[in-house]
Design a protein around this ligand. Structure first.
Ligand code: URA
Length: 242
């Protein structure tokens, strides 16, 4: 069982502001601990299964945050964006405050599964090329996808900035113009450039899987959800199996 921690420290760790601000939230009766209004920011509280309510919104305590997000189009994956709004503007403010980062970015026009966390080791483990974690992309093309193109993707294509070939590790034709392709690397605009290299084009790109984690069918575009112990176990199996 984890050691109880002071409420002020808990609120700070979750991204609710400076320690002073977190104390003031408690003094202003704006914090509930497991449904009961808290009075003392110094009170030590067990964190296991803890549900806070801050300014009227419930918040599950997580020592480290791991979330799955269904990215909509026309959002950038960085904190400091250039042309489009940031995906972080769609997430609760405490996530930004506590420095959550994407586990591998998607282009602004790509949609689908993003994992986001403030656990640096987890992010490194999931993104290091050595681990060969498969990512599945659903690719919609304007021109019909041919068997020749699929063979070419599986046998490897050369992209212009690197002499090492880039492979699809699996391809499943979903329909004439839709291909589900798995890749293990994360080179710049990799899928778009691979499709261009085999003479087709990406009209729409959507990520559906990272390792053993599949986008939940009920996670609507623009929505996020916590990853729990079982999800993380599943993800770490995709890493440790390599
Ligand atoms: N490959 C791309 O070309 N774009 C993405 O967003 C992800 C993979």
């Amino acid at each position: 069982m984890a050691k109880p921690i002071s409420l002020e420290k808990i609120l700070f760790s979750q991204g609710f502001g400076t320690r002073r601000y977190c104390s003031d939230l408690v003094y202003a009766d704006l914090v509930k601990v497991n449904g009961v209004v808290a009075e003392d920011p110094e009170e030590r509280i067990p964190t296991e299964g803890l549900i806070l309510n801050v300014e009227g919104k419930d918040w599950e305590y997580h020592e480290k945050a791991y979330i799955a997000f269904n990215k909509p189009p026309n959002y950038e994956c960085s904190h400091k964006t250039t042309h489009h709004p940031s995906i972080y503007s769609l997430l609760p403010a405490p996530f930004v405050e506590r420095g959550l980062q994407c586990v591998g970015r998607l282009d602004y026009d790509t949609t689908g599964l993003l994992l986001i966390s403030d656990d640096g080791q987890f992010i490194h483990k999931m993104t290091t090329p050595k681990k060969n974690i498969g990512k599945v992309y659903e690719i919609t093309t304007p021109d019909p996808i041919t068997q020749y193109q699929i063979d070419h993707l599986m046998n490897g294509v050369i992209l212009d900035d690197d002499p090492r070939p880039c492979y699809a590790t699996a391809c499943k034709q979903v329909s004439e113009n839709v291909l589900a392709m798995t890749i293990v690397e994360g080179r710049y605009h990799q899928v778009k450039r691979m499709m261009a290299a085999v003479g087709n084009h990406v009209a729409k790109l959507h990520r559906t899987e990272i390792g053993a984690y599949v986008m939940p069918a009920d996670l609507a575009e623009g929505q996020w959800r916590w990853l729990y112990e079982d999800d993380l176990k599943q993800l770490s199996q995709s890493v440790d199996a390599k």
